[in-house]
Design a protein around this ligand. Structure first.
Ligand code: FES
Length: 151
């Protein structure tokens, strides 16, 4: 074997070796990177109290919550996630109840189950007033259905 040919084979071997190392490292990085994204923040601001009207609750689709505002009672925030399989419930002013479109669960205005298959009432989340005057909701902190924030 000529010396020049040996050098070319050696170079090709090194290239192949480093390629294999690169592919292996890429596989390790891919393995350590989660395939799903983490949940959005559970603690967020929803605007100033003046942004919400009295009467029927305001539905915030992105946050999947209903914001209730009552002159005497104040603010309350209910989850729009059905406790059966997680569909988004709708609030109907006509009967003042939440209805789940997926399997027909019905919840009272305070979130209690009127009829299933939902196994539990809707959750209520803590709402507070942030220093900048905006309403802040913390979905990690559930509160009783009669919890209200007076502003
Ligand atoms: S997801 Fe609401 S009743 Fe099934």
């Amino acid at each position: 074997m000529k010396r020049r040919s040996f050098v070319n084979w050696g170079t090709a071997g090194l290239v192949a070796l480093w390629s294999a190392v690169g592919v292996s490292l890429a596989a390790v990085v891919r393995f350590l990177t989660p395939s799903v994204f983490y949940e959005p923040p559970q603690d967020f601001k929803i605007g100033s109290p003046a942004d919400f009207s009295y009467g029927p609750p305001t539905f915030l689709a992105e946050e999947k919550i209903y914001v209730f505002r009552d002159r005497e009672k104040g603010f309350a925030v209910a989850s729009a996630v059905c406790t059966h399989l997680g569909c988004t419930v709708g609030y109907f002013q006509s009967d003042e109840r939440f209805h789940c479109p997926c399997h027909g669960s019905v919840f009272d205005a305070d979130g209690t189950v009127q009829h299933g298959p939902a196994p539990r009432p809707l959750e209520w989340f803590e709402v507070t007033l942030a220093r900048d005057g905006q309403l802040r909701v913390d979905k990690d902190r559930t509160v009783p259905a009669n919890y209200r924030l007076m502003v």
